[in-house]
Design a protein around this ligand. Structure first.
Ligand SMILES: [Zn+2]
Length: 292
């Protein structure tokens, strides 16, 4: 992540936004896209859509997704992200960002999901061809995503949401399988291979988890979807924080996933048991300790 990208992230984190009170962030997004000459618009409910570049006749757009609301009420006393040392998934202290107001009192940072918004914007600056969907009201039941303009999804090949806590990736949402690592030509195979590669190269770990919902649960009927781990912890509380190296990794994971998945369409095959897929993935990442 470059310095200007990091600055962009801090700018996004400083914006106050709360379910149904999301105008500041919506306006920020529309101004950002206008400034960079990227086509963008909002619908009646406030969902923001963006589109950059053109795909060929038989190609499909990758779609990046992050919701514009947080659970933290607007207080008008600023959100100042400060750097502290806080535990990662393994309990190791790492540089992390946490929110404070103008009086230095802890306030909800809203990393869920403003970190996701920041990463999507960085990807729009880096990628030549991309679509983006930024739904409102995720925290009160993915209502914005439920009202997505389906005509926008017609030339999309797959969705990548940046809204999975800590080092987890949602393999199911509300019981629906988002991707299937056992489908040889599926997006799940590309994604889990990528997670395993990153685990080795960057000496980290990931887990696949069954989560209740986020926006892509509404998009999955159209194509395969991935929820990328973005490194936020204690979400939905005023103690929420985000571990920096994990959010940097989320950007790299997203970029590499788009590179490998390309401008193709994916609809991973069903699988009878998500928990079996999870167990199989865990085998790949099991740590070997002690004497051999
Ligand atoms: Zn979220």
């Amino acid at each position: 992540m470059t310095q200007p990208e990091y600055k962009l992230l801090l700018d996004v984190l400083a914006i106050e936004t709360y379910s149904r009170d999301e105008d500041q962030l919506i306006e920020f997004l529309l101004a950002f896209f206008a400034k960079h000459g990227i086509r963008a618009w909002r619908d009646d409910i406030g969902n923001v859509y963006a589109e950059k570049g053109e795909v060929g006749t038989y190609q499909k757009y990758p779609l990046v997704v992050a919701h514009t609301d947080t659970v933290h009420r607007i207080h008008g006393n600023e959100i100042i992200p400060k750097k502290l040392l806080l535990p990662n998934y393994a309990g190791e202290l790492k540089p992390a960002l946490k929110g404070f107001d103008a009086n230095d009192k802890p306030v909800g940072l809203g990393a869920d999901d403003k970190v996701g918004i920041g990463i999507c914007l960085m990807l729009f600056l880096r990628q030549p061809v991309l679509k983006g969907f930024f739904p409102v009201q995720e925290e009160i039941g993915a209502r914005g995503a439920g009202k997505v303009d389906v005509s926008f999804l017609q030339n999309v090949g797959y969705a990548i949401e940046f809204d999975s806590p800590a080092n987890t990736s949602s393999i199911t949402l509300g019981g629906f399988l988002m991707y299937n690592p056992e489908d040889e030509s599926g997006l799940g195979r590309i994604w889990t291979d990528l997670l395993l590669e990153f685990s080795e190269k960057r000496d980290t770990e990931f887990s696949l988890e069954q989560h209740s919902y986020t926006d892509i649960v509404k998009l999955r009927p159209h194509f395969s979807c991935i929820n990328v781990p973005v490194g936020y912890y204690l979400y939905h509380t005023t103690s929420e924080y985000v571990v920096e190296e994990e959010l940097f990794m989320a950007l790299d994971l997203g970029e590499e996933l788009i590179k490998r998945a390309g401008y193709r369409f994916y609809n991973d095959a069903p699988h009878p048991s998500a928990s079996r897929l999870i167990t199989q993935f865990a085998l790949h990442t099991m740590e070997i300790t002690g004497d051999l």
